[in-house]
Ligand binder design. Structure first.
Ligand code: SAM
Length: 189
């Protein structure tokens, strides 16, 4: 089984009008995605933010739950937030996961709409994870989703989680989307 990690990207992401922007850290995203990631066996959860003050905020949240009073009060959160890594760019996350720039990392992206030069179904994704290969980094967007330049760097874009609704509405919160994607790729039973 390959090592698999995830990243929550705050830049480059799109705004409502399709402009590339930097979004703000949301406390609940860090909590919920770190707990889902640990539950499904991902080794790391990278929070990517280019702004130092936002990284400091994410590190304060981490420290509250790992070393501070939050962790003493609710010890179950300690290992989840402990696997959260705060970095300034996707490149830093890739270098960290690949243990240096020389080692490859297979980048997968996610979106509510299908796309990408190399789409990947959840069934294909499960099979790739079981096989041999470099670590996999699954990227999730904030704002209005990952910018095209990030999808362009990916080896694969996962198929969207689809909706049974007639109008196809499937715009999930990133926290809900991450948990569903982890279950489809790694869940048992
Ligand atoms: N602040 C927003 C929130 O959480 O409500 C962030 C929205 S952002 C566009 C949501 C991210 O979750 C997407 O970039 C994608 O990574 C993932 N996502 C949302 N809906 C999805 C779907 N139907 N299929 C796959 N991924 C989805």
């Amino acid at each position: 089984m390959r090592r698999i990690a995830c990243a929550l990207v705050h830049h480059p992401v799109l705004d409502r009008g399709g402009t590339v922007v930097t979004s703000a850290i949301t406390n609940i995203d860090l909590h919920d995605i770190s707990r889902s990631a640990l539950s499904f066996g991902l080794t790391d959860f990278f929070v990517i933010h280019p702004v130092e003050a936002q990284r400091t905020l994410a590190l304060r949240i981490r420290s509250h739950w790992v070393e501070g009073s939050g962790g003493k009060r609710i010890p179950d959160r300690m290992p989840a937030l402990g696997a959260m890594r705060v970095v300034s760019s996707l490149r830093d996350a890739v270098e960290d996961l690949g243990e240096g720039a020389a080692h490859p990392v297979e980048l997968w992206t996610t979106a509510a709409r299908p796309g990408g030069a190399s789409p990947l179904t959840f069934v294909e994704g499960r099979a790739r994870i079981i096989g041999e290969g470099p670590p996999i980094l699954v990227c999730f967007g904030t704002g209005w989703g990952l910018a095209p330049e990030l999808h362009a760097q990916a080896a694969f874009q996962l198929e969207p989680i689809r909706s049974p609704r007639a109008d196809g509405y499937n715009h999930l919160s990133v926290r809900a989307a991450a948990a569903i994607v982890f279950d489809r790729l790694l869940g048992v039973g």
